[in-house]
Write a protein that binds this ligand. Structure first.
Ligand code: HEM
Length: 446
């Protein structure tokens, strides 16, 4: 195995810019790297697709999400699907899985399309005045609106300022806590702890109110909450408690809306940089979409649009790294992995691995065409994770991202505001640090 990297003294660069640090290490040391910190503290960065497959699939029973993941995120999602483990997680996953099958989701396409249409008036006005705006903010509000409607038929968009703000405050706090900082317990009244707890209290109040009202409704709407409330445990026949429903609703809001918003934001950024891709995308969309709205059938006829989304998630994976904890000792790529140590996977780097991606920095959607995908290892690309903990919402996300990108491309052409800086913010997900400010133009005849 290549040399170990002694991390002692590298604490500051790591703390401030983990992704940059990992990128440098990958270039120097390759497919698997052991980091050593204080005595007894070390972890492995695992980048080769075969090793990723080992951790996520082949030997997945030896890897759990562990404290790095559960602790901070669990502060807000409680015992939701993303953070729970063992038998409890298995029971919940079984209860929830049917609600996320492609077939169950088709009813949501109309909602997604209608929400996207609500952007038209505002974007038309921006286009008319040549006014720049931040696509990141627009996409965050849109996907939150879609999440609210599909999850519990509530237009959180209307109160999106307060609701979205609380969600973001809570989310940022969790991201901050995921970094190696001094462990200040939540009961210590620091300003950030107090802010987080207040945001969490307000979110809970809204969610519990929605659940309580729903319990009294005779004709519940066909949304995810209704499906989750109707789900029964196969063995015990039990339904979820209010507390469990709260945890799952908050989990789905968090896991679902921000990641999809980021994917779309990066896709629009790419379109400003890649005129050939943008025009090809438009040609496909205009030949398929009739009128302003898109339908489920349309989605099947938009392969290039879908490939643009997939390629966007290759270069800009919203979940850019996955931490795991080895339960027992193991061996990966010639390295001895002791039990209870951290194994870090990193989509950002594996997705740009030069041995598996030709000209990896180039944006080339057709890499995802069936012909060109032949022979590529399964875990050279894993924006949704893999194995039993694979993203439950991947179909939902792909549907939503493809639809929104198609509808907005059909109507507008985009330019990045000259000089607008593009940098990564890796606090938690892979966001563009300064947003993506664009000027859009209505397409003639659309
Ligand atoms: C899990 C990514 C959209 C709900 C995951 C994981 C990844 C991921 C990488 C695995 C985490 C791990 O193994 O540690 C993404 C990306 C999305 C997206 C990139 C959008 C582009 C969604 C949506 C929903 C959702 C729309 C819900 C509506 C979940 C849940 C889990 C999960 C509940 C935990 C599943 C489990 O452990 O059983 N997601 N996700 N995600 N995602 Fe997503």
């Amino acid at each position: 195995p290549p040399d170990q990297h002694w991390l002692f003294g590298s604490f500051l660069p790591v703390r401030n810019d983990l992704l940059n640090f990992y990128t440098r290490m990958f270039r120097e040391l390759g497919d698997i790297i052991r980091f050593r910190g204080l005595p007894g503290l070390y972890w492995h960065l695992v980048l080769h697709p075969a090793y990723v497959e080992h951790v996520l699939l082949r030997n997945q029973q030896n890897y759990r999400k562990g404290k790095v993941f559960d602790g901070p995120i669990g502060l807000i999602t409680g015992n939701g699907l993303l953070t729970s483990d063992g038998d409890f997680w298995r029971r919940q996953r079984k209860l929830m899985q049917p609600s996320f099958h492609r077939q169950a989701l088709t009813g949501f396409v109309t909602t997604m399309a209608a929400e996207t249409e609500t952007l038209f008036a505002r974007w038309d006005a921006h286009a008319h005045r040549g006014e720049p705006f931040d696509v990141a903010q627009e996409m965050a509000a849109l996907t939150l609106g879609i999440a609210g409607l599909t999850l519990f038929s509530t237009p959180v968009g209307e109160s999106a300022d307060a609701f979205g703000q609380n969600l973001r405050t809570a989310f940022d706090f969790v991201g901050f806590k995921m970094r190696p900082t001094l462990p200040v317990p939540l009961w210590v009244p620091t300003p950030s702890n107090l802010r987080f707890k207040a945001a969490r209290r307000r979110l809970d109040a809204v969610v519990y109110q929605i659940i309580e009202r729903r319990r009294k409704t005779l004709n519940p709407p066909p949304d995810l909450l209704t499906m989750l409330m109707a789900a029964r445990d196969e063995d015990t026949g039990e339904a979820m408690s209010d507390l469990q429903l709260r945890d799952e609703v908050i989990t789905l809001l968090l896991a679902g809306h921000e990641t999809t918003a980021i994917t779309l934001t990066w896709a629009f950024y790419v379109l400003t940089q890649e005129p050939v891709v943008a025009e090809r995308l438009y040609e496909e969309v205009r030949s398929v979409l009739r009128g302003a709205e898109a339908t489920v059938e349309d989605l099947r006829r938009l392969p290039y649009t879908r490939m643009v989304i997939e390629e966007t998630m290759r270069l800009y994976p919203p979940a850019w790294g996955l931490p795991r904890e080895a339960i027992n000792e193991d061996e990966i790529g010639g390295y001895y992995i002791p039990g209870r140590t951290l194994v870090a996977l990193n989509q950002f780097l594996t997705h740009r691995h030069p041995d598996f991606w030709e000209d990896p920095e180039r944006f080339d959607p057709e890499r995802f065409s069936p012909e060109r995908a032949v022979g590529r290892p399964m875990f050279a690309y894993f924006p949704f994770g893999g194995g039993q903990r694979v993203c439950i919402g991947s179909q939902f996300a792909l549907m939503e991202a493809t639809l929104v990108l198609a509808m907005l491309t059909q109507r507008y052409r985009f330019k990045l505001v000259p000089g607008h800086p593009i940098e990564f913010d890796t606090l938690f997900t892979l966001r563009p640090k300064h947003g993506v400010r664009v000027i859009c133009e209505r397409r003639a005849g659309e």
